[in-house]
Design a protein around this ligand. Structure first.
Ligand SMILES: Nc1ncnc2c1ncn2[C@@H]1O[C@H](COP(=O)(O)OP(=O)(O)O)[C@@H](O)[C@H]1O
Ligand SMILES: [Mg+2]
Length: 272
């Protein structure tokens, strides 16, 4: 079993403190939903877990199975088993979904390790070396595309280039299925999706939610939680988690909105 622990995390952009003491423990086999109003810092938290260099961490730690990951680069974190699906995935014209996935999978599974360490028998620096063998990769990709209802034509398309919101999210599910992370952080994977796309994304998450994988589902709305059943629901507000409970917390937010959280905070009913 794996544990990802965020301990009293404070982070700033420029002079502005955005994360103000986040405490959160994710365990494999569990789905943790995090809900909060826009601008509360949810995406910032996900970028920081993934290792985005833009933010300064001023206090606290992030531990994966007891070891701090703060000194690890983003690609090392991916190799350690962390996966982040961005709220706004970037388009990469010229790079096909298949090529992107082959490179990512090769990196995460250690095929490129020898090259990085500079002892790859002279092939260092040669583009295309130390990749997962093409045939093996193709076989796995085809199988996973079938399993996760992603159309075969996706493999040849340029990554996210002209993709609809739903297509981007399907690609993310496929990416997750190929990378097999220990922890997947999905930032607003439900926003802007029509019901069919939401179904594909939810089915994908449910299939991938195995004993040895943990999920953090960041969402503004309760909607996706009709399809994916979380074990825990946290409310993120003003740069920290102010309440954690079961699915009833999401229900309460849906009925009463975020105003109620603010009022409880002011009245000292939840810890500030
Ligand atoms: N790169 C940045 N530069 C300046 N401010 C930022 C940056 N990234 C985020 N912020 C600010 O941090 C706050 C939290 O943003 P964000 O993490 O995107 O919230 P959420 O995902 O909950 O909507 C916002 O007030 C936003 O303007
Ligand atoms: Mg966000």
């Amino acid at each position: 079993m794996s544990v990802l622990e965020i301990r009293n995390l404070h982070a700033t952009v420029g002079d502005t403190e955005i994360l103000k003491g986040v405490n959160l423990t994710l365990r494999s086999g569990e789905i943790h939903a995090m809900m909060g109003p826009n601008g509360s810092g949810k995406s910032t938290l996900s970028y920081i877990i993934a290792g985005h260099p833009h933010y300064a961490i001023t206090e606290g730690d992030i531990l994966l199975d007891g070891e701090s990951i703060l000194d690890m680069e983003a690609d090392e974190r991916a190799r350690a088993g962390l996966f982040l699906a961005f709220q706004y995935p970037v388009a990469v014209p010229g790079v096909s979904v298949a090529n992107f996935l082959r490179t990512a999978v090769s990196n995460v599974r250690g095929y490129t390790e020898a090259e990085k360490n500079g002892n790859s028998n002279g092939s260092s620096g040669v583009i295309g070396s130390n990749l997962m063998p093409m045939r093996e990769f193709r076989r796995e990709l085809t199988a996973k595309m079938k399993e996760f209802n992603v159309d075969a034509s996706f493999a040849r398309r340029y990554l996210n280039d002209g993709f609809s919101g739903g297509e981007k999210k399907r690609t993310e599910v496929l990416q997750m299925a190929m990378l097999e992370p220990k922890f997947a952080i999905l930032d607003e994977s439900d926003s802007g999706l029509d019901i069919d796309a939401l179904q594909v994304v939810s089915d994908g998450i449910n299939k991938l939610a195995t004993e040895d994988r943990g999920f953090l589902l960041i969402t503004h709305y309760q909607r996706i939680l009709n399809y994916v059943k979380p074990d825990f629901v946290s409310i993120f507000f003003g740069g920290r988690i102010v309440k954690t409970g079961g699915p009833e917390v999401a229900q309460m937010l849906e009925e009463r909105g975020y105003k109620w959280v603010e009022e409880e905070l002011v009245n000292g009913l939840v810890p500030a």
